[in-house]
Design a protein around this ligand. Sequence first.
Ligand SMILES: Nc1ncnc2c1ncn2[C@@H]1O[C@H](COP(=O)(O)OP(=O)(O)OP(=O)(O)O)[C@@H](O)[C@H]1O
Ligand SMILES: [Mg+2]
Length: 228
Amino acid sequence: MQKLTLKDNELPYEVEEELKSLRTNLQLCGDDKRVILVTSCFANEGKSTTTRELARSLTALGKNVLLIDSDLRKSVVKEQVESGTIGMGLTHYLIRRCPAADAIYSTNISGLYLMPAGALPPNPSELLSSQRMAELLDRARETYDYVLVDSAPLGMVTDAAIVAQHCDGAVLLIEAGTVQRRLAQEVLQKLQNTQCPVLGVVLNKVDRRQDKYYSYGRYEKYYGNSKD
Ligand SMILES: Nc1ncnc2c1ncn2[C@@H]1O[C@H](COP(=O)(O)OP(=O)(O)OP(=O)(O)O)[C@@H](O)[C@H]1O
Ligand SMILES: [Mg+2]
């Protein structure tokens, strides 16, 4: 297995604390919730950052975590790599160019493994719909304590809903103050239609100076019947 050295992102204390709270809430969802999809309504809300930092946070507890970049339209893994070469990735595995093991990299962070998106394909939705994707997640569930799946924004493309069908749970991340309630509800409905349990909502990029939500980014349990 090839090794990548990842950049060290120093996070503000409050963000570390919120990540610990998210980590705890995820663990409280139960042992059967181990393959977790993270999606959002729109681009740039903070999915990749949050998924990556949550993965790091879980490894700090001694967990083995596989982080899969399933955003086959915009891969960001390269920007996080300090040294090491990324060759094969998820797309290569999906088009049968390589076995899954060749597209998974160990990292300088003990317990953290990475599957980058690989070459960006012309047909992401079709590739993600393949039986190979389902097999990947099923096998990874047996190997790792947690599998975190970063994805494309569900309010813009359907890819995340396709992947959600094979996940144990999904987290909807929402950038504070930017997403209209109606749109958030529509995306939530799309997730629920996949039959994948929605474990919660992460409110990200909360402006602490306004102190509206008393935190920088925070996790809220999603109550299915709430009409608020
Ligand atoms: N809690 C946060 N506070 C401040 N900035 C943040 C926070 N979370 C993410 N960001 C910043 O927001 C930008 C977008 O983040 P990121 O790439 O994680 O979003 P994304 O949802 O994965 O986007 P895309 O849909 O394009 O893949 C980055 O510059 C990132 O550093
Ligand atoms: Mg992203």
